[in-house]
Design a protein around this ligand. Structure first.
Ligand SMILES: Nc1nc2c(c(=O)[nH]1)N=C([C@H](O)[C@@H](O)CO)CN2
Length: 118
C-alpha cells in the first residue's frame, strides 16, 4: 500500500539552535512530511474522520516545535516522529526539517528522517 498524506513547506517560527544567541531569537524552520495512510477508506466514505487530517497534523507540528524549542533539528524531528506515530497512528513517515539561512551560501540545511514500516 503506497498511499500517503503529505505536508510540504510548512513554516514554523520557534527558538532553535545550539548557540547562545539562538536561544534569544526565533528562526524559521520549514517542514516537509509524508505519512503512510490508507486513503481508500476516506476515498469511499468522503468523511474527514477517516482521513489523516493534514490541517490537524500541521497544527500539532507547529504547537510541538514552538513548545519544544529544540537545540538540534534532530531533536525536533525525533519528537515529531514519536507524536505522529503515537497520537495519529502513522505507521511510516518521512520527515524533513530545513533551517534556511543557517549556513551562509547554502539555500538551506537540515535533516531527513524516516521512521516505521509501510
Ligand atoms: N546536524 C546538525 N548540525 C547543526 C545543527 C543542527 O541542528 N543539526 N545546528 C547548528 C546550529 O544551531 C546552527 O544552525 C547555527 O547556524 C549547527 N549544526
Amino acid at each position: 500500500m503506497a498511499d500517503s498524506v503529505f505536508i510540504e513547506g510548512l513554516v514554523v517560527e520557534t527558538v532553535v539552535g545550539v548557540y547562545d544567541w539562538e536561544r534569544e531569537v526565533t528562526q524559521s524552520l520549514v517542514i516537509d512530511l509524508e505519512m503512510a495512510w490508507d486513503n481508500r477508506v476516506p476515498g469511499h466514505s468522503d468523511d474527514v474522520a477517516d482521513a489523516l487530517d493534514y490541517a490537524t497534523v500541521s497544527g500539532r507540528v507547529e504547537t510541538c516545535l514552538k513548545a519544544l524549542r529544540p537545540k538540534l533539528l534532530e531533536r525536533g524531528a525525533e519528537v515529531l516522529a514519536g507524536i505522529l506515530q503515537q497520537e495519529f497512528g502513522v505507521t511510516w513517515l518521512r520527515l524533513t526539517i530545513r533551517k534556511p539561512g543557517a549556513v551562509p551560501g547554502a539555500k538551506a540545511v537540515g535533516v531527513h528522517i524516516e521512521r516505521g514500516a509501510r
